[in-house]
Design a protein around this ligand. Structure first.
Ligand code: ARG
Length: 584
């Protein structure tokens, strides 16, 4: 559907032209003086210079012509040469009726959308999820949904940290504790047991213990390195243990991401990219871009136009070991061969921005992706505690994601009980939905790059710019609709009050908010939009006797308007990754 601003601009442009001026002066914007008008055009001020005329004279010429347009109820030329426009309520209702009945509210998909791989999550196997992974999961999931809304085939790829020293540490520690296990018996000819010799809680204890030990005990560290090496060489017992570690961890990760309403289409990890490394190194060597630097092999990525230094991307260390960047490059190659994506988006901590800059440049140089593939790092800031420092547990440790979700859930449950919002078995369900809204909206309302302060009181408040406030607005509308009866087919009617018209105008701004959030990978734009929309919805609700209205036709119009508002709000929170309960 054509956006409302374009339709309005087209009319005003035509009027400029009909009055003898260049059409392009007729661009219209949403009014910055909503007390005076709904839309405005400042073109007469610019045209005045070109035509050597007083701006107000031009504005008057155009206003005279626009007065006859069916789009406007009121057109004023105001000193020194503004055009102040108010829409014709009947035309606005017609427009919104099209929005109401169109698929996806008439928002046009991106014809260039194509396949997009979104790299988010990035948890490390056998280490519990901590709040560092929270932002990636929340922002990544929302960006994926937004991409999909615009027609992309969006693939969420978890990119597990499942390779390297951490796996060797676990294996070395298992070996120290249970040397009798068949996995360490080189004469064992299999088959290995189907059951893992540990649980997820064992793993979560083993890894930090091994990691701590390796820092103080050199011999132990050497063993872990050796275990890593053997695993990477494919020693069968080690490989079988690795399979167990993966199975146990992945089951636990799936459970935890499910609690967050986050899911992935692809569960590939760093290990899956390893087979691509040798041919990739060969390709880089053949191209002559892999150069020697202090014994290491690097790709130079500095460009003449750079104003800052961009250090070379190190591909292989002196001892032959490959690095984080090597794996990311091989993964890019793997993704481009598997999916030939239009875009690869990385939702990763902004402190890794130099890493991605180097990796992207190296990937281009090595031609690992087609020129048409966009590589983009969406770096996010840190979630801080009220002291402004990275969020920690009370004891000062890293907070586990499960603990954080548990705390916010307890906090919300207490509020649900205290206010008697629901009873019986609804309590848990409603609590979970409000808690998710509080947590996710509290994060997503900030531009991804910004650091923010985690403040449970503020996030879980039912008033103010919060997730629960948005849910509350939706639930309130749902309850009116439920009491009214069948509402889905009722058409939008011309507004009669300021509040109704404001709400309708806010609804017409949906495509702009969604397009901006899509283009900039910025869910915060949707948050700002629904906060504004919810504000207008609540004003309308307060000023209008909806269920008590005696004129059935008027009442139908009210119901249609709040019904559309509810659908838009629900579609938006779905893009943010949470949902509203039936009651609260
Ligand atoms: N596993 C990494 C970490 O915990 C994050 C991976 C991010 N994604 C990537 N393609 N490098 O820091």
């Amino acid at each position: 559907m054509e956006k409302i601003l374009n339709l309005i601009s087209a009319q005003v442009c035509a009027a400029f032209e009909a009055a003898g001026y260049e059409a392009s002066y007729g661009r219209v914007t949403v009014s910055n003086r909503p007390d005076l008008c709904e839309y405005q055009c400042n073109g007469a001020l610019a045209a005045a210079k070109a035509y050597h005329k007083a701006p107000i004279q031009i504005a008057n010429d155009v206003a005279a012509l626009l007065g006859k347009s069916e789009l406007f109820a009121d057109v004023q030329a105001a000193m020194p040469g503004f055009l102040n426009l108010k829409l014709n309520p009947a035309w606005l209702a017609d427009y919104l009726e099209q929005v109401r009945t169109a698929e996806r509210f008439g928002v046009e998909p991106d014809p260039e959308a194509g396949t997009v791989v979104i790299d988010y999550g990035g948890p490390n196997v056998a280490k519990p999820l901590h709040i560092g992974h929270l932002r990636s999961a929340i922002i990544g999931e929302s960006i994926k949904r937004i991409q999909r809304f615009f027609g992309s085939e969006a693939i969420g790829d978890i990119h597990l940290g499942d390779w390297g020293l951490q796996m060797g540490l676990i294996i070395a520690e298992l070996r120290a504790r249970q040397p009798e296990l068949c996995y360490f018996d080189e004469s064992f000819s299999g088959p290995y047991p189907a059951e893992a010799p540990f649980t997820i809680s064992d793993l979560e204890e083993i890894y930090p213990a091994a990691s701590a030990k390796s820092k103080v005990d050199e011999a132990y560290a050497a063993e872990a390195h050796d275990a890593t090496y053997r695993l990477q060489q494919g020693q069968p017992g080690y490989r079988a243990l690795w399979d167990h570690i993966m199975a146990v961890s992945v089951a636990d990760l799936k459970k935890n991401y499910a609690k967050l309403g986050v899911s992935f289409e692809s569960w590939l990890g760093e290990s899956d990219a390893q087979p691509y490394i040798p041919p990739m190194l060969q390709k880089m060597t053949d191209m002559g871009i892999l150069v020697e630097s202090e014994g290491a092999r690097v790709i130079e990525v500095q460009r003449p136009e750079d104003t800052k230094e961009v250090p070379p991307c190190i591909i292989m260390k002196r001892d032959g070991a490959t690095l984080y960047a090597t794996t990311d490059l091989a993964t890019i190659w793997q993704r481009s061969q598997t999916w030939d994506p239009k875009k690869i988006l990385y939702v990763v901590d902004k402190r890794q921005s130099l890493h991605f800059e180097q990796v992207f440049r190296a990937a281009r140089k090595a031609e690992l992706v087609g020129e048409g593939t966009q590589l983009r790092h969406i770096g996010f800031g840190t979630m801080n505690g009220k002291d402004g420092k990275p969020f920690k547990t009370r004891a000062g440790g890293v907070m586990r994601l499960e603990t954080l979700i548990g705390e916010i859930t307890d906090f919300v449950r207490a509020k649900v009980r205290e206010n008697n919002l629901v009873s019986g078995e609804d309590v848990e369900n409603v609590t979970a939905k409000i808690a998710m809204a509080a947590l996710k909206y509290g994060d997503l309302m900030n531009a991804p790059t910004k650091d923010y302060i985690f403040d449970m009181d503020r996030f879980a408040a039912f008033e103010g710019n919060t997730g629960p406030y948005i849910l509350y607005t939706i639930v309130r509308i749902k309850s009116i609709l439920a009491r009214y009866g069948a509402w889905e087919a009722l058409p939008v009617r011309a507004p009669e009050s300021r509040e109704a018209k404001d709400l309708m105008l806010a609804l017409t701004r949906l495509p702009d908010a969604l397009e901006l959030s899509y283009r900039d990978c910025a869910p915060n734009v949707i948050c700002a939009y629904i906060y504004e929309l919810a504000g207008f919805a609540n004003k309308f609700y307060h000023e209008t006797r909806i269920l008590a209205e005696e004129d059935p036709e008027k009442q139908k119009g009210y119901i249609a308007l709040i019904g559309l508002t509810k659908r838009v709000l629900e579609a938006c929170i779905d893009l943010l990754g949470f949902e509203a309960p039936e009651k609260m």
